[in-house]
Design a binder for this molecule. Structure first.
Ligand code: PQQ
Length: 582
């Protein structure tokens, strides 16, 4: 029988389509299309818009191929198949979900979108139901459960289709959930493998002798019980390391790449040890799930610097040699470049010079050199540690970067936010927050005054090429194109086109709500379109989304974002732009 994925390979290879969340398997978010370019982007105008009917944070992007666009919404996770010819709806899927999942979602009711493969549209519902819908009819082909909302397990991630498998993760790091990545058979929905982030070797699909990690300047086997040894008692069972971000895939190496999130609880004094393998980059064999290599970025996390941000596959020129690399801009403010076949650590540099929790990454041990002044574990519980940079939002959160294949430059949306962090003792109760810290976040003092930047990054040298300050964090995913431009959205609601060469702004358009979606592009009937969701939310916009603008407690307390109320309000509209026809 034909390989189910051969069709997806073909769809992805054709730049007319946007057939996967990142446009490809490598997380490039790059398009070869160049009808719209640096010279004419200033003429872009609205072609059409459509409402999803949901007024909450809209992350991710639609999928487009043939004459159909597949649109998704935040909870209640609608799917709309739209006919590109006349923008009528071919079908809608509106799942029935228990409203009780909403209070156990940490950071708004977002969904990062759909996947396609083998004639099916894959949707990961918030209530941990993964459904495969017939792409032509919207009828459910199969449906499986991958978690339990009663113990705080939910989903916000997009499923990803790699070859004959659907890969999905889990959210709930703030509820003592035990993180894992699951591979299902694309045809049937049967579980093929489950790989936990913490616990015994067999649960993590680790081979103590051949699963490798960076040790003393080289790769070495992780050894037996590499996770268990780094937790007190059975704390690993509530250990977090959730997997709510983006995944990538190298078909040649047959490796899947992703990162794990924060250890639970946020109070570091309560969980001594490195807490492996939370805050870790993973490379796993797609067929078996076996871990090839791992790299823990933030051992014994004290700041909620989840390591789930995307890993971007790129062949970089490093010291005169072409190296198969993977690039990851972490919440902790360091950008990592690793050899993607072996896991060797090549580069680890700050991508915001103002971060202070660690002075550098020691390249031999691969560990951060932590600054005791900003270490809540050193100060102990019930002490408010002030002025930690970056904040728990990280220098970059889920908002994915783009890799310009033409210039080799990474275009990165960032946060420029610091925090005060006070840990306290917390008891675990199933389904209740297991946070154990209060925090306040505010713009990085004495810098450009904004809460974000949009930067160009050289991942081989570990250097910022240019930086464009923004009033608020840039919470939208970027799109670079062969037209030498990069697009991104802002929390005030602007979609912007910027020159990749120097960061000069070429065009902007104010949409009705803040943008936290990812920009995408496609060709239909010979014409290039550029699109993005407008609908504020996510962690940075949660105050707006939950109507908590004035709240100053709990996870809604993202202080400096209160000013957003002067610029925008809730929304749920997909915007499609094009050049005028003449
Ligand atoms: N989600 C967002 C967002 O969509 O804006 C931001 C965050 C999440 C975070 O900063 C988180 O730390 C986070 N953590 C978890 C977790 O630990 O399981 C899940 C999620 C999520 O699923 O959205 C976020």
């Amino acid at each position: 029988t034909a390989r189910a994925d051969a069709e997806l390979d073909k769809l992805i290879a054709n730049p007319a389509n946007w057939a996967a969340q990142a446009g490809d398997y490598a997380n490039h978010r790059y398009s070869e299309l160049k009808q719209v370019h640096a010279g004419n982007a200033k003429n872009l105008q609205v072609a059409w818009t459509v409402s999803t009917g949901v007024l909450r944070g809209h992350e991710g992007s639609p999928l487009v191929f043939g004459d159909t666009m597949y649109i998704h919404s935040p909870f209640p996770n609608k799917v709309i198949a739209l006919n590109l010819k006349d923008q009528t709806f071919k079908w809608k899927y509106e799942p029935k979900q228990d409203n009780n999942v909403v209070p156990v979602m940490c950071c708004d009711t977002v969904s990062r979108g759909l996947a396609y493969g083998d004639g099916k549209i894959l949707l990961q519902q918030a209530d941990t139901t993964l459904v495969a819908l017939d792409a032509h009819t919207g009828k459910v082909v199969w449906s499986v459960k991958n978690g339990d909302p009663k113990i705080g397990e939910t989903n916000t991630n997009a499923p990803h289709v790699f070859k004959d498998k659907v890969i999905t993760g889990i959210s709930g790091g703030e509820f003592g959930v035990r993180g894992r990545l699951i591979a299902y058979d694309l045809k049937t929905g049967k579980t093929v493998w489950t790989a936990f982030s913490t616990g015994p070797d067999e649960d993590m699909l680790f081979d103590p002798a051949t699963t490798m990690t960076w040790t003393d300047g080289k790769m070495a086997p992780v050894g037996k019980d590499s996770s268990l040894k780094t937790w007190k008692g059975d704390q690993w069972k509530l250990g977090g390391g959730t997997t709510w971000g983006w995944y990538s895939y190298d078909p040649k190496l047959n490796l899947v790449y992703y990162g794990s999130g924060n250890p639970g609880t946020w109070n570091p004094s309560q969980r001594p040890g490195d807490n492996k393998w939370s805050m870790t980059l993973f490379a796993r064999d797609l067929d078996t799930g076996k871990a090839r290599w791992v790299y823990q970025m933030t051992p014994h996390d004290e700041w909620d610097y989840d390591g789930v941000n995307e890993l971007v596959l790129a062949d970089l020129n490093i010291k005169g040699k072409k190296v198969p690399s993977v690039v990851h801009m972490d919440r902790n403010g360091y950008a990592y470049t690793l050899q993607r076949e072996t896991g060797e650590l090549l580069v680890a540099e700050k991508f915001d010079p103002t971060i202070n929790w660690a002075s550098k990454i020691d390249m031999k041990s691969g560990r951060p050199v932590v600054n005791a002044k900003y270490s809540p574990a050193t100060t102990g519980p019930d002490v408010n540690v002030k002025g930690i940079c970056p904040s728990a939002l990280g220098t970059k959160d889920q908002q994915p970067m783009s890799y310009d294949r033409k210039s080799g430059i990474f275009l990165v949306p960032t946060n420029h936010v610091c925090m005060d962090y006070e840990p306290f003792q917390v008891e675990y109760t199933a389904g209740q927050p297991y946070v154990g810290a209060t925090l306040a976040m505010y713009p990085t003092p004495k810098s450009h005054g904004g809460m974000g930047n949009f930067i160009a990054w050289d991942a081989a040298a570990g250097k910022i090429l240019w930086s464009k300050p923004e009033r608020f964090s840039v919470w939208s995913g970027a799109l670079a194109t062969a037209g030498d431009i990069v697009f991104y959205g802002t929390l005030e609601g602007y979609l912007k086109a910027v020159s990749i060469k120097d960061g000069k702004e070429l065009w902007k358009f104010k949409t009705p709500s803040g943008i936290i979606g990812n920009v995408f592009t496609y060709l239909f009937e010979g014409k290039q379109y550029v699109g993005v969701y407008s609908g504020i939310g996510g962690w940075a916009g949660i105050g707006m989304a939950a109507g908590l603008e004035n709240s100053s407690d709990g996870l809604g307390a993202v202080g400096g974002y209160r000013d957003l109320a002067k610029y925008t309000d809730l929304g749920g509209t997909l915007f499609i732009f094009a050049l005028p026809s003449n």
